[in-house]
Design a protein around this ligand. Sequence first.
Ligand code: 6GU
Length: 287
Amino acid sequence: GNGHKMYSYEMLEEIANFLLTKTNIRPIIGIICGSGMGSLADTITDAERIPYEEIPNFPTSTVEGHHGQLVFGRLGEVPVVAMQGRFHYYEGYPLWKCCLPIRVMKLLGVKTLMATNAAGGLNPSYKIGDLMIVTDHINLMGFAGNNPLQGPNDERFGPRFPPMNKAYNYEYRKIAKKVAKELKLDNIIREGIYTCLGGPNFETVAELRMLKMVGVDAVGMSTVHEVITARHCDMKVFGLSLITNECITNYEVEAEANHEEVLDVGKMRQDLLREYISRLVHEFSKV
Ligand code: 6GU
């Protein structure tokens, strides 16, 4: 393919340096707001918002439910940057371009990536509105030979062959469970395996049955490649899926998956998510 005309380290540095001239915030945690979860960034104080269109060489996002801006500011005392709107493979970007903001975050000094997403619940015990702490992922697009790290490797970001067995930070997952207990979220908090499909269509019944068989708990269209890019450059990662719909694995069901439902559940959980993420940011900044 022709998807490997990746941005050089220097070009990404240029983007990071541009952003550093626009704000005095020096973020240590980067947050990606999932579909319908953009309001997560509204609790950021001293907020400075930079639309993607105003950032030289930055992609621009097109999907409903995604504003398309970086929000610099603080959650509590902690300096953060949030992406309101991420870049999806189905928009037509190569994977490395979907993940460009992760490397920009790295160059801004971000140490920790918190990637949130809306996902379909495949595990039959999951209910709409549940929160799934991501324990691990299956890089299905990688199985098919597509990976954000393809092409020349720049050692300044990380090694050619990065390990991926500790992708989702164990300490963070422990903290996330503890905080969930404290917030009395026991009944909606889950832990499981996420996988990303390219989209934009939702899955067939046969596809979902296959994914269930291989141990997938939640299905989405993001996160996996971002996490790979973040781990490659040695950022610590936390992943959280909001279960916005039940995956339909039976031909008798009338219902169909749809994007409106995904956005509605985001709205329904927005206050809770804000509180949970703020608390996690506080706790993560201490370890
Ligand atoms: Cl059912 N599938 C995928 N791929 N992404 C989703 C989803 C389902 N529900 C929300 N996002």
